[in-house]
Design a protein around this ligand. Structure first.
Ligand code: FES
Length: 118
């Protein structure tokens, strides 16, 4: 799917977090401690969006709805009630430009006849 320019780092100067739509992926980009992170904008607990209710401290993203916490670096859950990790995205900064690198989605392998019980 390739490398997609999303904007410049100046967009995160005043408010260090912003939502981007990249080829249908709802992505939340955060600048914290001088680094940039990109994760899914949707909390894995319920229907909440970090762009509306997210708070960041160091490299921890907290959902404002019920308080689940995630590691921005890995997407790992740091506090309940969420139990599923966040999807993370590769973000590259080149000069003042930011890019999201989307990986190719592997095509599902066709089930073999044995898998189908035939
Ligand atoms: S919706 Fe995010 S913690 Fe519940």
């Amino acid at each position: 799917m390739g490398k997609h320019w999303i904007g410049t780092i100046q967009e995160l100067e005043k408010i260090p977090m912003k939502r981007y739509d990249v080829k249908g992926n709802d992505i939340f980009v955060v600048r914290t401690q001088g680094k940039y992170y990109a994760v899914s904008n949707r909390c894995t607990h319920e229907e909440s969006y970090f762009s509306q209710e997210g708070e960041v401290e160091d490299t921890t993203l907290t959902c404002g709805r019920h308080g689940a916490r995630f590691d921005l670096q890995t997407g790992a859950v740091k506090a309940l009630p969420a139990v599923h990790p966040l999807k993370t995205y590769q973000l590259a900064v080149e000069g003042e430009d930011m890019f999201i690198i989307l990986e190719d989605t592997p095509k599902p392998q066709a089930a073999g006849l044995r898998d189908l019980g035939i």
